[in-house]
Design a protein around this ligand. Structure first.
Ligand SMILES: [Zn+2]
Length: 66
């Protein structure tokens, strides 16, 4: 599995449609102050994006799971 340089990576996010856990996001895109995760559910083929916002000054203080 490819490693990213992003320290915090959500895992096991439940599918927004059927609720099954998805092991890891398909795609992660880091912008300024936010990280976008693209999740694809293998059970129902539903795709959705979750965005985590963070304050770079307090990056590790409170990880926000979308
Ligand atoms: Zn699903």
């Amino acid at each position: 599995m490819a490693k990213t340089d992003i320290g915090y990576l959500p895992r096991g996010n439940p599918c927004a449609q059927c609720g099954k856990p998805i092991f890891a996001p398909d795609w992660v895109e880091q912008g300024s102050g936010r990280i976008s995760y693209l999740w694809t559910c293998r059970a129902c083929d539903y795709r959705f994006e979750a965005v985590a916002f963070f304050d770079e000054r307090h990056a590790s203080a409170e990880p926000l799971a979308a």
